[in-house]
Design a protein around this ligand. Sequence first.
Ligand code: SF4
Length: 426
Amino acid sequence: MNRDYKQSEVGTPDYSDLLLDQYISAIEVVNPMHRMWSDGRWNKLTMAHGCYWGKCTFCDISLDYIKLYEPVAAQMLCDRMEEMIQQTGQHGFHFVDEAAPPALMRALALEIIRRKLTVTWWTNIRFEKNFTRDLCQLLKASGCIAVSGGLEVASDRLLELIQKGVTVAQVAKVTRNFTEAGIMVHAYLMYGFPTQTAQETIDSLEMVRQMFEAGILQSGFWHQFALTAHSPVGMNPAQFKINIEPGCSGTFANNDILFTDPVGVDHDAFSFGLKKSLLNYMHGIGFDFPLQDWFEVKVPRTKIPKEYIVNALNEDEIHSVKPSAKVVWLGNKPDLEISTKTKRGETWESALLTFYTIKDTLSIKVEVPQGKWVMEILDKIRVDASETLTFQQVKDDYEAAGLEDFELFWYNKPFNKLANFGLLTL
Ligand code: SF4
């Protein structure tokens, strides 16, 4: 019997015989993410087979296509990308992963930048906290233009039951990081999960409303929960307090198994209102409509505080950079200007570092030895340098130069702004 091929053995997809220039570009709908699926041409690849998370209780996690996680090395992915560009002349890539792993996305982005590939790409992710501000900036610099991910039911109780491994507040911070980096975010939204109440559906809509109003989501789509045989809910219905209808046994690909939920909410009654409100929010309108107005049936008032998402976004982030975090510089070489001042017979030197992007300039005053060290370290951590330094190595380098109080220097306010100029801790 033949064994399954490993991802490293499957080779590069061959599109060379397709008459790509004769296909029309279909614009199916106005939803920005759905439009990307059909408009234009994308070379299709996967970063990894299966899902690195593999826990969500509505998902077919017992089947190989999710369960067998096998990533492809970033170098091999880039080799395949280069080959496909040669074949098709197209520089756009859609990574059709179940959920692309952040560490591999980081490695892929660094490899794309090192090889100076001009590409655009997008993929499916899980909104986990590893998508920091700096990682999102790196992804953008490598050509990432959009991500889609499951916010599912925007309720912490149900996210816990789904085993999504995120909270609504955390998703909001991550979608903000993507949005600020200029990467479009699409959220898969769910309603009708076992035990979900009408109150939770309306509260979930309120969370989504606030996220669109805050500008941290650009696209979304509501899906009604479907019970599948190979998901944890399908395999352990009693644990989720539902009853499977007699005769609905779980054979392969037997999706949409009928079930009853003793909570007894008529989820269909919410479908139209959820979709209509979302369509409006995606156009940036209707934020001040009472939620009741979107529905033809009477719905509960939301219990979510009006400022829930804004407050979550304003919470202070605790900096906890791992010593093994990689530090890279993607920016241009800054200017170092050393000036001498004399006052009341005393003379001293000060340094001014000036950083540039196409749109912006930032000047930071530092002590002269620190200014000289910054010029040297930025050269050592260039993204195309032969070795990538860790945070600990950068700190050691600072101290070896006879300088003191590294953390105080690295985390001071102006220095912290350098992420926008290309100084990333990943
Ligand atoms: S829903 Fe997505 S993140 Fe969750 S286990 Fe399935 S593929 Fe992975």
